[in-house]
Design a protein around this ligand. Structure first.
Ligand code: ADP
Ligand code: ZN
Length: 287
């Protein structure tokens, strides 16, 4: 029996299941303060005999096993969770191996093992939601270096008619600042879900996402690109992404058919929690 936590800024999903992605039971817990949220997380897993637990967490987090703060949530703007020892808290409650990575790296692992990139040793998983984040599997391994990737904060060229400042507290008009859900809402004055009929919204969204994808393709050369998160439920963005990416790339890199190459998650909203089960499985095997 494996345990999994998909720790998000608004909610935690906890599940028990196996490495085939079968989920036996799951719950959702609102993300409030660690004392409250983690108490409920621990109470959930105490009902089971789990052999390992995988955590896919919002970040930034410390994923460097050599670091004294390995397993911490680090400089998050959610102040109650800043410098929070996530792994240690779980270890104190359960003496089992703990896998730990970003929510989007977990989702990339889930999609590469059981979802839209099944069988591939390379993929990119991008979420466009409250923020924009990406995880990558490169040559069969989750991408990590100095720390984990932060691809949502790359810069894009502004559309000449877009005068919106951008919401990113660090960079204003990075990709996340311009194209995540809160940026869409602030620019257009309505939530994305209520803007479905306005094609100019999704054309601009596609314009920005395509630029970022071009950079990611040039740098990482993923075999599959998976776009998840709330904003990507607006499926009409995809054709705009294909159009702008084709123009930008200008045949420089030979890409597969874009409708096969850039897709929605095969695991739907379960990419992150399924990937977290797989992180648990990895931790168990490495133990
Ligand atoms: P989170 O990123 O917090 O895990 P989501 O991926 O649901 O959660 O992202 C939430 C953001 O996405 C909000 O800004 C919300 O307005 C936007 N969003 C959620 N669902 C939709 C939708 N169906 N269409 C457009 N925007 C959406
Ligand atoms: Zn930024």
């Amino acid at each position: 029996m494996l345990g999994a936590i998909e720790a998000g800024g608004t909610k935690f999903v906890c599940a028990v299941g196996d490495e085939k992605g079968t989920i036996i039971e799951r719950i959702q817990i609102p993300t409030t303060i660690p004392e409250k949220t983690m108490k409920e997380v621990i109470a959930f897993f105490q009902k089971y005999e789990v052999d390992a637990i995988g955590i896919g967490s919002f970040g930034p987090i410390d994923v460097n096993k050599e670091s004294p703060t390995y397993g911490y949530i680090t400089s998050t703007p959610k102040t109650a969770w800043k410098d929070y020892p996530f792994i240690q808290t779980m270890k104190d409650a359960f003496s089992v191996p703990i896998g730990f990575n970003t929510d989007v790296n977990a989702a990339a692992l889930g999609e590469a093992t059981l979802g839209a990139a099944k069988g591939l040793d390379s993929c990119l998983y991008i979420t466009v939601g409250t923020g924009i984040g990406a995880g990558a599997l490169v040559q069969g391994k989750l991408l990590q270096g100095l720390s984990h990737p932060e691809m949502g904060h790359t810069f894009v060229r502004r559309h000449p008619n877009d005068s919106y400042d951008g919401t990113c507290p660090y960079h204003k008009d990075c990709l996340e600042g311009l194209a995540a859900g809160p940026g869409i809402e602030a620019r257009w004055g309505e939530k994305g879900i209520d803007l479905s009929e306005r094609s100019e919204v999704w054309e601009l969204e596609g314009y920005y996402i395509a630029q970022a994808l071009m950079q990611y393709i040039l740098i990482i050369s993923p075999k599959k690109i998976i776009l998840g998160g709330g904003v990507m439920k607006q499926k009409q963005v995809f054709p705009f992404i294909y159009k702008h990416l084709t123009e930008l790339m200008n045949h420089y890199v030979d890409l597969p058919e874009l409708t096969d190459y850039i897709v929605s998650p095969g695991l739907g909203d379960d990419a992150g929690i399924t990937g977290s089960l797989l992180l648990a499985y990895e931790a168990l095997q490495q133990d």
